[in-house]
Structure formats: structure tokens, C-alpha cells
Ligand binder design. Structure first.
Ligand code: TRP
Length: 348
């Protein structure tokens, strides 16, 4: 059976959106809008799976939720043509997640590497929600029967689990799915969408570490809220090595800082690294950084000012989220009705 093509993805409102979030996720979301119907979700239910100190508590969460929403819009996601909302406004996510908790097996969740990383040594003290995180993520996607999911490398295992859950649900309830007229599969197998070069943005202070919101040095990252001066300052101070730029990608091996800056330039310019090196091979970093500053300011400056404008207008942001939630819920409620019939819950 063919499912209608639909994109779903989510971003956690845990604060400090940076260039890595933009190039690695949001810019890809923007690019998919011409080809697919897209649903982009601020996953606040996922944010609270971590300790309160990580997501900031009840004062911080609404600010972070609105900031991610503002970033979506400022980066070019159209909330009228597509759907933008926050997860907690559509209760069907949590409802379907419960059913999936009963479909997924302990053994499957025990294999999740992100749980092991986030729980750390003190696993007894991790929240049950952190453990069940992947079943909620499967529900996010499948409550819309989404077929394509733009995700980074770190989320591929969770997406595979979503496929396993979809398949087991389809198998376990196969007869009921047939009997209710849904053919032989109710849920699609959602596929990862990795388009363009995998954009992994590294720290400006250490090319071997990912750019991260939790790095204590603000110099290590370009925040989406940084203005032109801050962007220029951080790029000029970015760590490099003493050699000029190489002429080909092989010359970037074992030069993580050079590789990172060339990668950032390429992603912002919409070019390949090879093209960038053809242009800048044998240039000194002073020259290359000046060009990168210009490019970054041209590309990120407007996003920065639009974000500032939007964050100052929470009434508008909240209206976008409310409208998105209404439209999302219309789809999600249909899915839940069908799921209830398929599982055998008596409903109104
Ligand atoms: N787990 C994702 C992340 O941390 C966020 C997320 C939640 C998500 N639900 C999703 C991504 C559904 C894609 C699809 O990046």
C-alpha cells in the first residue's frame, strides 16, 4: 500500500540554538518545503526527559519553545503552507506513545546508545521518560503516518526503532487492520532523509568536538542570536593551524579546524568543499576567514534580526503554535481513532 508522502521532524527546546542546529537540521527542513508537506515540531515533551537543570525549568521552557519556533520561521519555514507547533499541545503524541510502549520490547530500548550516553553512570536515577524517549519519538512520526524524517546521524538508531515499532504494530494487529479496511499495513516505515553533504559543525575552539550548546566557552559556537559583530569576532578568533589552505579534500585530513571552517563555508555558500578549496587553495587563513566572516554575516545576519523581531512578539509566535497545533491535531486525531479501533479500545 502506498502512503502519502509527508515529512516530520522535531527540535528540542533546550536553549542556545547554534550554527550546528541551523546547518545540520533547520536549513535542511527549509529545503524540503518545496517537495513535501512538512510538519515541524518543537518537542517539549522530549525536553523534560532530562533533569530540570538541563532544560531550565518552568520559567525557561516557554522561552526556549518560542525561540525554536522563531528560529524555524526566521530561517524560512513557512508556517502557513506547512505545520509548525509544539508537541505538548497535541495530546495524541503521548497517547500513541503509550500504545507503542506496549508494542516495543525492553530488549529494543536497552540497545539505545543515546539513553546510555544521557543517563551516564547513574542509570538508576535517569527518568523513565528518558528511557521511553524513542517510543515517543516513534509516536511523533507515526501519529502523522509520516514517510520521511530528516535527522542527523545521532538519531538514526531511534528512527530504526520507529520502523521496528511500525512493523510490529502492523504484524501484531494485522488481522484487525485488515478487518477495519486499512489494507495490510496501517503505519508506513518512515525513512531517514539525509540530503546534501552531512553537515557536522564542530567547535570553533576544538575541531574534534561537536559544536554544542553546553560547551562552557561561548567562543566555541555561533549562536543564532549572535549579531554581525559577535559572528565576526568568533570567526576571527576561531582556532586554526599555521599552514595555508590545501587544494583538495585530502589536504584537510588531520586538520580538523581547517576542515570545519571549510565545511561551514561550503554549507553556507551551498557549495562543495572541493569547490571552496578550488577557490581558496593556498590562501592564508586571514584571507579565508575574512571571506567566511562576510559570507556568514550575509547569511546569518538576516536570520538573527528576524529572530530578534519574532522573539519580541510572543503573541504572534503563540498564534502560530496554536494554529499549527489545531491543524496537526486534525491529522493526529484521525490516526488515534483508527488505532483505537485496531487495538480494540471502545470509543465514543
Ligand atoms: N530526538 C530528536 C533530537 O533530539 C528530536 C525529535 C523528537 C525528533 N521527535 C522526533 C526528530 C521525530 C525527528 C522525528 O534531535
Amino acid at each position: 500500500m502506498a502512503f502519502k508522502e509527508r515529512v516530520f521532524s522535531g527540535v528540542q527546546p533546550t536553549g542556545n540554538l547554534h550554527l550546528g542546529n541551523y546547518l545540520g537540521a533547520i536549513a535542511k527542513f527549509v529545503a524540503l518545503q518545496d517537495k513535501y508537506d512538512c510538519i515541524y515540531c518543537v518537542v517539549d515533551l522530549h525536553a523534560i526527559t532530562q533533569p530540570i537543570a538541563v532544560w531550565g525549568g518552568p520559567e525557561q521552557l516557554p522561552k526556549n519553545t518560542r525561540e525554536v519556533t522563531a528560529a524555524f520561521i526566521a530561517c524560512g519555514i513557512d508556517p502557513k503552507k506547512h505545520i509548525v507547533f509544539n508537541q505538548s499541545q497535541v495530546a495524541e503524541h503521548a497517547e500513541l506513545a503509550w500504545v507503542f510502549n506496549c508494542v516495543a520490547r525492553l530488549g529494543w530500548l536497552n540497545r539505545m546508545t543515546q539513553f546510555k550516553e544521557k543517563a551516564g553512570k547513574d542509570r538508576e536515577n535517569a527518568s523513565v521518560g528518558l528511557y521511553a524517549y524513542p517510543t515517543l519519538m516513534a509516536a511523533d512520526i507515526l501519529v502523522y503516518r509520516a514517510t520521511h524524517v530528516p535527522v542527523g546521524e545521532d538519531q538514526k538508531q531511534h528512527l530504526e526503532l520507529s520502523r521496528d515499532i511500525a512493523q510490529k504494530f502492523n504484524n501484531d494487529f494485522g488481522k484487525s487492520i485488515q478487518a477495519h479496511g486499512y489494507g495490510d499495513a496501517f503505519f508506513p516505515q518512515p525513512e531517514p532523509l539525509i540530503q546534501g553533504p552531512a553537515t557536522r559543525v564542530m567547535s570553533l575552539r576544538d575541531g574534534s568536538k561537536k559544536m554544542s550548546k553546553s560547551d562552557p566557552s561561548d567562543q566555541s559556537r555561533i549562536n543564532l542570536t549572535d549579531d554581525a559583530d559577535a559572528i565576526a569576532h568568533k570567526i576571527r578568533r576561531a582556532k586554526t593551524d599555521p599552514d595555508p589552505l590545501p587544494h583538495d579534500e585530502k589536504g584537510l585530513e588531520r586538520r580538523p579546524e581547517a576542515d570545519n571552517l571549510v565545511g561551514i563555508y561550503a554549507a553556507l555558500a551551498g557549495k562543495s568543499k572541493v569547490e571552496v578549496l578550488t577557490e581558496f587553495g593556498s590562501a592564508q587563513f586571514s584571507t579565508f576567514k575574512a571571506a567566511l566572516v562576510d559570507l556568514a554575516v550575509v547569511k546569518l545576519g538576516p536570520i538573527n534580526s528576524e529572530m530578534k523581531r519574532l522573539v519580541a512578539d510572543p503573541v504572534y509566535i503563540d498564534s502560530v503554535l496554536a494554529d499549527g497545533a489545531t491543524r496537526a491535531q486534525a491529522i493526529a486525531a484521525d490516526t488515534m481513532k483508527a488505532v483505537k479501533d485496531i487495538v480494540g479500545f471502545v470509543r465514543r
